[in-house]
Each structure stands twice: as C-alpha cells, then as structure tokens.
Design a protein. Structure first.
Length: 257
C-alpha cells in the first residue's frame, strides 16, 4: 500500500485549539497508560549516551505523548534527565500538567517548527507520533535541520501503514469514550464534546486512520536519509520493534565520533 497523505483535523489552522487539545490529551493519556513506548527505552538511552547529553528536546509534543511514563523509567538510568516539550501548536494546559508531574520537565510556550528548531534548544531531538504529519519534502527538512545543527534525532511512530493498524484505529472511539472521565486536567468541555456532541471520538477516529495511511515505512525512512546532505557524518538506525500487539517504527540518527 502506497503512502496516502490525506488531511488530519489536528493539522488544520482553522481547527479549534480546544478540540485539538482534547484529541492530543487523549493520545497522551493512552500512551502513558498503555506504556506503548516501553520497547524503545534502550533506543532513547543509546541516543542520549551517544549524544553525551542529559536533555531531550521533544518536537511536536502534542499533549505530552507517553513522556510522563517514559521519564519515570529513563530517570532510573539517567537521574539528571531533562525534557523540554515543544510544538507548532503548543498545548499549554497539557504542557503545564506534564511539568507538574515531575520537576525535570519544561516547555516552550511559543510555536516551534520541527523543520527549523531554534539553535538554543540543545539536546537529543525526539518526535513521537508526529513524523507522519509531514510530507516527504518537510520530513527531509526535519532531518536535514538536525544534521545541519549537529543534533541527534530519534523518531518514533506507534502505528504503521497496514491493515491491522488501520483496523485497530476503528476501535479508537470506544477508547475515547471509556477513558475521557480519567483524563487530566479535567475539563467540562471535554465531556461535552465527547459524549453530548461527539466530535472528539470522530476526530480521533479519522485522524487515527489517516495517521496509519501517512506513516513512513522503514524503507521510506531510509530513503529520506539517503537524500540528506552530510548524512555520512551520522550513524543511522532505522527499524521496527514489537510493542504488545502492535509495533513501533523508529529512526535514530547520532553524529559519528
């Protein structure tokens, strides 16, 4: 199946910020509770070690992804770990909530473009569930910007372009309905637009299916790297790992010694 770049509601400038936040809050909650990123802890540890840094600069953070749980695990081996959340559309309430969970979180309030990251943001760049939002030209710009700034980068996608992944997305509205009362910070609007006016479940359903159709395969991520200037100055690891019934596709690029 070829990659299909349909639109996602979360990407649209006209899409109401509060609805975008409700959707990304759900993804954050699910990622942490399901511990879907458990298999990639060694990959993150390797990236931080090779980069000789204790700081993660997370790009396209959305609602914070699975970083609350990941942080608790990573701190066991990296006690001085620091994580900075950023996004093109910053979800400030979610960022604040995440920061309140642990004293080593921080965030950037202003918009940060993953294709042109401010030079002062130093550390291992990460992306969780966000590379598929970018068309190939822009995805290459993200990687090229990392190479140009001598920054390591680790990218993770917890879905793939396959029939099982798409079928799994069909059940996402049920997950939204079951988990919404437990998502924090609590917002009455989240209840209204989940149960009374069920926009959030429908948005999560559509965006989830489209995310699968947009996801880059291992072969396609290798192709993105092949076209980079200065790619040979980096070591690239691109693969997939099992995560429960699903998979996590990943790319790790670290500067050669």
């Amino acid at each position: 199946m070829g990659r299909i770049h349909l639109f996602e509601f979360e990407d649209q400038k006209w899409f109401p910020t509060f609805l975008r936040n409700y959707a990304t809050d759900f993804l954050q909650f699910l990622s942490n509770k399901a511990k879907m990123y458990k298999p990639i802890i060694p990959i993150l540890e390797k990236g931080l070690q090779k980069t000789r840094t204790n700081q993660i600069i997370d790009l396209g953070s959305g609602g914070g992804g699975g970083l609350i749980w990941l942080n608790s695990e990573l701190k066991k081996s990296i006690p001085d770990l620091k994580i900075v959340l950023t996004d093109f559309y910053p979800n400030i309430p979610a960022f604040t909530f995440t920061k309140n969970q642990a004293d080593n979180f921080d965030f950037v309030e202003t918009s940060v473009d993953a294709r042109n990251v401010p030079e002062e943001l130093k550390g291992l760049r990460t992306q969780f569930l966000s590379l598929h939002h970018f068309k190939p030209k822009d995805a290459k710009l993200i990687l090229q910007n990392a190479v140009n700034s001598n920054s390591s980068i680790a990218i993770f996608e917890a879905q793939e372009r396959s029939l099982p992944s798409i079928l799994a997305m069909l059940f996402s509205p049920i997950s939204v309905l079951l988990t919404t009362p437990f998502i924090r910070p609590f917002k009455i609007g989240r209840i209204v637009f989940t149960y009374l006016i069920p926009i959030v479940p429908l948005v999560v359903l559509w965006d989830g299916i489209v995310s699968s159709l947009r996801t880059y395969s291992v072969k396609e991520m290798n192709k993105l790297v092949e076209d980079l200037n200065g790619k040979d100055n980096y070591e690239w690891e691109i693969d997939r790992v099992k995560s429960g019934p699903g998979v996590v596709l990943y790319l790790l690029g670290t500067k050669r010694e």
